[in-house]
Design a protein around this ligand. Structure first.
Ligand SMILES: Nc1ncnc2c1ncn2[C@@H]1O[C@H](COP(=O)(O)OP(=O)(O)OP(=O)(O)O)[C@@H](O)[C@H]1O
Ligand SMILES: [Mg+2]
Length: 113
């Protein structure tokens, strides 16, 4: 199992969810976050001072999947989030040792979907 974390632009969320749904990937956690990538946030002028390193609003998606859904998930996120501009986002793929459905006690691949 893998735990996929994607940070995307807020205005791409609907499209990413649509692409995920098309691939039968429905279970997802979505958070409003702030962050910065290698541009360290876009410099802004604030009260006459040039501010560097500001934090920009982003959306974080977290999706736990069985192995066969790893590549479809990555593909769906990329297709939904890409504009070709800086700040389109990033995808992190982590190994996931365990998953437990609290209601039933199911574990692993049984619990994940
Ligand atoms: N190495 C990282 N660690 C943690 N969070 C990151 C990392 N890289 C990117 N992020 C998160 O992803 C968001 C989007 O990153 P972004 O797309 O700007 O990446 P980038 O590496 O700067 O690529 P680009 O040059 O295309 O902008 C950041 O605002 C931050 O929240
Ligand atoms: Mg960037």
């Amino acid at each position: 199992m893998k735990y996929i974390i994607a940070v995307i632009q807020p205005d791409r969320l609907d499209e990413v969810l649509k692409r995920l749904t098309e691939k039968e990937i429905h279970l997802v956690t979505v958070s409003n976050v702030v962050g910065r990538g290698r541009q360290k946030g876009i410099a802004e002028v604030y009260r006459g001072h040039k501010e560097q390193g500001i934090l920009l609003k982003k959306i974080k998606l977290e999706i736990a999947v069985n192995e066969e859904f790893v590549e479809p998930t990555i593909k769906a996120v990329i297709e939904g989030a890409i504009t070709g501009q800086i700040g389109d986002g990033k995808i992190f793929v982590l190994d996931l040792p365990e998953c437990i459905r609290i209601r039933t006690g199911e574990r692993g691949g049984e619990a994940i979907g």
